[in-house]
Design a protein around this ligand. Structure first.
Ligand code: FE
Ligand code: FE
Length: 164
C-alpha cells in the first residue's frame, strides 16, 4: 500500500472529484430538462459542456502523476445529487422548481469549489506546477458558475417562487 502522505491524499482526492464530476455530468441534463425558464435551462446546459472540460483536465492531472484516471465513490456528491432529484420529484412543474434546482446546483458548485481549492493548494505544495494551472482553470469556472447561479436565483427563480 502507498505511504499515507500528502501525495496519497492528493491522488485520493483527485479520484473523489473525478467520480463527482462524472456524476455531475449525468445530473446536469436532467436538471436542464426539469427547469422552467430558458435562462435556467441554458445555465445548466452551458455548465454541462464546461463539466466535460473539467473531466478532461482531471485526466491530464492523473497523467502528470503518471496514474490512470480512476474514480473513487464520493458519498458527498451522491447525497447532494440525491437532494436535487428530490427537488425535481417534489417541485417539477411548480413555480418554485427553478429556485429549487438553482439551490441544488449551488450546493454542487460549493462542493467542487472546496475540492478544487484544496487540490490546487496541495498541488502547489507538491511542486506540481502544471497541475496547479489545470486545477485553477476549473476552480475559476466553478466560481463563475456559482456567481451566475446566484444572479439567476435573485433575478428570476426566487421572485417567481414568492409570487406563487
Ligand atoms: Fe466541475
Ligand atoms: Fe461545476
Amino acid at each position: 500500500m502507498a505511504e499515507a502522505n500528502l501525495d496519497k491524499l492528493f491522488h485520493d482526492t483527485l479520484k473523489d472529484i473525478y467520480f463527482a464530476e462524472r456524476q455531475i455530468l449525468k445530473a446536469l441534463p436532467k436538471m436542464a430538462r426539469a427547469a422552467q425558464s430558458a435562462e435556467t435551462k441554458a445555465a445548466f446546459e452551458k455548465h454541462r459542456d464546461e463539466t466535460e472540460g473539467h473531466v478532461e483536465r482531471l485526466t491530464q492531472v492523473f497523467e502528470i502523476l503518471g496514474k490512470r484516471a480512476q474514480g473513487k465513490t464520493c458519498e458527498a456528491i451522491q447525497g447532494i445529487i440525491a437532494e436535487g432529484e428530490e427537488i425535481i420529484d417534489e417541485y417539477k412543474g411548480s413555480s418554485a422548481i427553478d429556485a429549487g434546482l438553482i439551490s441544488a446546483a449551488q450546493a454542487v458548485e460549493h462542493y467542487e469549489i472546496a475540492r478544487y481549492g484544496t487540490l490546487k493548494t496541495w498541488a502547489q505544495q507538491l511542486g506540481l506546477k502544471d497541475a496547479v494551472a489545470l486545477l485553477d482553470a476549473t476552480l475559476q469556472e466553478e466560481g463563475a458558475t456559482d456567481k451566475a447561479l446566484s444572479q439567476l436565483a435573485v433575478a428570476a427563480a426566487n421572485v417567481k417562487a414568492r409570487a406563487a
